[in-house]
Ligand binder design. Structure first.
Ligand SMILES: [Zn+2]
Length: 438
């Protein structure tokens, strides 16, 4: 029987279902975490006793955004080291700061701050790769977000994994601890890169991921230097080397994929490897411009990610969408490329597919999980409304998000957090930052 516990009432609905136009005066009925019914054009609805109602008049109702790649707890290092070459940034600033300051406590509060920031800017699902991932998983669970949380794997002593020979043992144990704890959290593995993980480590990580039917994430061809290093070691470009190792398949999520030749794009497409585009991080570290239009043309499933906060320096996917569209146009000197619809798909329905969650989230359809946001249109920069997709990609920012719902639970109502004490989280991270600064 239809007995909704949450009603989102009266907005312009963007379902992100292929071919569907925006629907006016739409109302969503949500029951036990799922979308139970969609009423359109101001259809009369019966009174439902006990249901919470979100007033969505003068808003756009749309699927929550999917941040397909990040290192959530790196909020701790936001603004610590900027405007440096990647190697210097990584080896002289970030790795030493991580070695000295990461532990269960700092990762928990850093990740929680990232969750607060993502809720405040309309992200409902995130993909994370880092260390001390029990702490990240606890933070995400506390925040109420949906996530793929992957234990970092690197063949060097790492935070929480001082003996690299144990990296996969630690990763597998993390998966076993979290695989059945919550329907919102999926654990996994994240291999840092082809230059920091051996061939054997990569192959073993893939075996473990496939045994648990989980995706395996890896930073792929992020910089020219990295590509050169792989060629020097193996005689092959990175994607060709992964093919040689038998690692190109649907379970692999390649992040960045900035420096690809045609043959590599073909191989990724043929083997259904998923890719995550992180334009702001690539711009800030001057890594280059990914060939996204070419990948879309080959039907590669592409998601959008902010990457970690130390190379962005925010987790606002609205800004990332705007940047992705404009960077794609300027790279090809063609304003038709990377249109708003393509970019919004990357941040919703395609992002869900990258993470293997397309049956559950990414669009607003009856039977799918209720991961939904509303955008407040009562702002000068959002008036008038001719095309909701253009407004979202080119005019809106995360601060325009009004309500956030994950799995049918309201996490932010009218910009007030309902599940978290944001003041407490910010105070804790400020306190930790004093230790990092000294
Ligand atoms: Zn990254």
């Amino acid at each position: 029987m239809l007995q909704p516990d949450l009603i989102i009432e009266g907005g312009t609905l963007l379902t992100m279902v292929e071919g569907e136009k925006p629907l006016q005066h739409a109302t969503l009925l949500i029951q036990q975490g799922k979308i139970a019914d969609i009423l359109i054009c101001g259809e009369e609805r019966p009174f439902f006793k006990g249901a919470q109602v979100l007033d969505a008049r003068d808003t756009i109702i749309m699927p929550g955004l999917v941040n397909a790649h990040g290192h959530t707890a790196m909020t701790l290092f936001r603004g610590l080291a900027d405007d440096l070459p990647l190697k210097q940034w990584l080896f002289e600033k970030i790795f030493p700061a991580e070695a000295k300051h990461l532990n269960e406590e700092t990762v928990y509060w850093g990740a929680l701050l990232g969750c607060v920031e993502m809720i405040a800017s309309g992200t409902t699902t995130l993909s994370d790769g880092y260390f001390f991932q029990d702490a990240t998983a606890r933070a995400v669970q506390k925040a109420g977000l949906r996530a793929l949380i992957a234990q970092g794997v690197i063949d060097f002593p790492a935070p929480g994994v001082p003996d690299p020979s144990q990296n996969l043992v630690v990763g597998k144990a993390f998966i076993e601890r979290w695989e059945d704890i919550s329907e919102l959290i999926r654990p996994g593995l994240f291999c840092h890169s082809l230059t920091t993980c051996s061939d054997r480590t990569l192959q073993e990580a893939m075996k473990i991921s496939q045994r648990f039917s989980l995706p395996l994430q890896i930073h792929l061809s992020e910089t020219e230097e990295e590509v050169e290093e792989v060629i020097h070691r193996t005689g092959k470009r990175p994607v060709l080397h992964l093919d040689h190792l038998g690692l190109l398949n649907e379970s692999l999520i390649g992040v960045h994929a900035v420096h690809l030749e045609d043959e590599e794009i073909d191989l990724l497409a043929r083997n259904k490897v998923r890719i995550v585009h992180c334009p702001e991080s690539n711009m800030k570290l001057a890594s280059g411009m990914a060939r996204v239009t070419e990948m879309v043309k080959k039907d590669i499933v592409l998601g959008l990610g902010t990457d970690g906060c130390a190379s962005n320096n925010n987790l606002d996917l609205f800004k990332e969408m705007d940047t992705a569209a404009k960077l794609g146009k300027v790279r090809t000197l063609d304003p038709v490329n990377m249109g708003a619809v393509t970019v919004l798909k990357m941040a919703t329905v395609w992002g869900a597919e990258v993470l293997g969650l397309e049956k559950e989230i990414g669009t607003i359809e009856v039977g799918k999980k209720a991961d939904i946001i509303t955008i407040d249109l009562g702002k000068p920069h959002l008036v008038p409304l001719y095309n909701p997709v253009s407004t979202i990609v080119y005019s809106a920012s995360g601060a325009d998000v009004k309500d956030v719902v994950v799995n049918g639970r309201v996490l932010m109502k009218d910009r007030t957090f309902t599940a978290l004490n944001a003041e407490e989280v910010m105070a804790k991270v400020r306190e930790i930052s004093e230790r990092i600064r000294s």
